[in-house]
Design a protein around this ligand. Structure first.
Ligand code: ATR
Length: 266
């Protein structure tokens, strides 16, 4: 069930976005509350462009403790907040707002890192596909953790704008190919459109990880291709759970039940 912000119910937490009906966050956070015996309510709220400030004001007035912010409102959420985490400022995007102090953070970047920090990757060479909003946090996480980054985007000028905007050093590619890649991250929405990308899989190292930020009930075309070529695969659900767990911890100051959250969206 999705509410209009003008009709937001009494609740404690929300995700706002446009669109937002597909969001698995309510299910995931409700599972966390249930696992810990907490009585909170988390709802999905549809907010159109241009309405973000009014909607966030309204939710604060209603007593919501925190709000997750998804596409395309992460920049405006940063502007609405009065206490901005430096990482959110660097990314120019906030996905988590806490109303008690009108502060914001970005949990997408550390959440992404959570999902790969403990993996044994065959090299620290990463190929990033895409240059949209989610590519920014992936690029910064990888560079900050010492990866040698190469970026391919269908529209090359946007890949250049991404690296220049973040102030990072990366190789810009005109084809999605990287010799010795240990990690290939797909942040494009090609998978949502059911399209494959022309990745040069044989150039990757054996045991490299193909990571698609998208998810759907079956493997995405990107992960299907990677799996056929013998790579390990991961879809976007662990990231959804990790960023959600970090939002939960930011709001409530207690450890999130990560396994219950991941199980709720599996
Ligand atoms: P998000 O915020 O989720 O990252 P976005 O900002 O709309 O979404 O970015 C979408 C990305 O997917 C872009 O890199 C886009 O490439 P362009 O910059 O050339 O538009 C990429 N993309 C979308 N559809 C694609 C397709 N069919 N093949 C390759 N790249 C695609």
């Amino acid at each position: 069930m999705v509410f209009r912000w003008q009709d937001a119910p009494q609740a404690d937490f929300a995700v706002i976005g446009d669109p937002v009906a597909h969001s698995m966050s309510p299910r995931m956070h409700q599972a966390a509350y249930q696992a810990l015996g907490l009585q909170y309510r988390y709802v999905a709220i549809h907010v159109r462009r241009g309405e973000v400030f009014a909607a966030l004001d309204r939710l604060a007035d209603l007593g919501y403790r925190g709000v997750n912010v998804t596409v395309p409102h992460k920049e405006e959420a940063l502007l609405w907040s009065t206490l901005k985490d430096p990482l959110a400022e660097r990314l120019q995007a906030a996905n988590t707002i806490r109303n008690s102090d009108r502060s914001c953070v970005n949990t997408d970047l550390p959440g992404f890192w959570d999902t790969i920090a403990d993996l044994q990757l065959p090299s620290k060479r990463a190929l990033l596909l895409g240059a949209g909003g989610s590519a920014r946090s992936v690029a910064l996480a990888l560079v900050d953790h010492g990866f040698e980054l190469s970026v391919w985007n269908r529209t090359p000028s946007k890949a250049l704008a991404l690296t220049e905007g973040l102030g990072i050093v990366a190789h810009l590619l005109d084809r999605p190919t990287l010799a010795g890649a240990g990690l290939v991250v797909n942040t494009t929405s090609a998978s949502l459109q059911g399209e494959s990308l022309d990745v040069d899989w044989p150039a990757c190292l054996p045991d490299a990880l193909a990571y698609d930020l998208m998810y759907r009930p079956s493997l995405t075309p990107f992960l299907e291709d990677a799996s056929r070529e013998g790579l390990r695969t991961m879809d976007g659900r662990p990231l959804l759970a990790a960023q959600g767990a970090r939002s939960f911890e930011y709001w409530l100051g207690i450890e999130a039940p990560r396994n219950a959250m991941l199980a709720a969206i599996a």
